[in-house]
Design a protein around this ligand. Sequence first.
Ligand SMILES: O=C(O)CCC(=O)C(=O)O
Ligand SMILES: [Fe+2]
Length: 394
Amino acid sequence: MAAPFDPPTNFETKPHVPPWVPPPATKEPLDWAHLRTIELSLLDSPDPAVVQKLVETAKAAIKEDGFLYLTDYGVSLEQLHRQFSIAQYLHRNISETDKDRLHWNPESGIYSGYKPGFGWRNKNGAVDGILHFNFYKDDFASLDRVPTCIHPFMDEITSFTTYLTESVNRRLLALLSRVLELPDDYLWDNVQSHGPPIAEGYLRHALYLPMLEETKQLGKGLRMHGHCDFGTTTMLFSVPISSLQIWGTDSKWHSVKYNPGALVINIGETLELVSGGHFKATRHRVVAPPEDQMNDERLSIVIFNSSIGELRMEPAYESPLIQREGCIESQGAYKEFKLIRDQGVPVPTNRQWREAHIADSTHPTEAKQHETVVVNGIKMNKKNYLGVNILLPA
Ligand SMILES: O=C(O)CCC(=O)C(=O)O
Ligand SMILES: [Fe+2]
């Protein structure tokens, strides 16, 4: 049985952190995505039939949706809300000096540090109202690299992140390894980068401020372009503000419903590649919330789990599933990487791949946008990183 999260509780020795109060969920009838739910504790069930059913649900979810809800993973709602309170505290209390001192530089291929609400470049662009603090392993290693106001809480942030990566993600990867009919630690040992608390990935405390009219006009209501994440798994803690949308097999955007306490898991491109296209890195985007949430702040905590940077991803040919059914070449990064491989050209390493994405990220408010093409009546952004083509719904 996996141990539950057991964070430091020395609150009385620390500054008071006002509790985060989740804003009400929307009452509007949005076009919801119907995501499957994986109750992670069931992986420890002594009944093999229960575990088998869990593997089958996971298989359907990652083949068809690329997204799933993860529940009962070992963190209580109260513990989770404490982390949201700390993230809110960070954004309310970070000093102007720290914003300058810790200013991010995405052109370096790493998001580490403070993102002010002005676009996705080092130099400020138009107002987008999206604030981040991104914690990479070096930021966890040195107090100098995080805002002074959260120094007293780094023990809690670190233990939370470590639990999510070393316990929750490891168990999730065990489940996904089973879908590939491989040993439990296959993806953990061979693909996932290691080292607590965050390995080669990062933790994000994000605050989306209500959108200004000017931002809405410039970005046509989009807050983040349609994209796939490049890592292994992304762990988005479900939030009440309904801005996240995923691209369905019906070629339409569907909103992800608030599921208090659940993790919204999304499969990154590395897992699409290693699974020979059996797992789907699903396109998703962030849009203006519905009318009844237009004036609310959207606080979000995300853990981006990352693959081993030096690896050039190949399908796991030893997987009985891949041996039996072959690879699935219909779409996405898997298909594009295969085209490169077939020409005898080495595919990018995981580090090259992720750094190229980050260095080139743009916000919908920016004047410089990617080339767009229309495919089957659908407008797509077209990019090319390191010789690999990418086509994503805009
Ligand atoms: O804020 C969200 O819900 C999603 C963010 C996201 O997709 C990303 O940063 O990759
Ligand atoms: Fe994403």
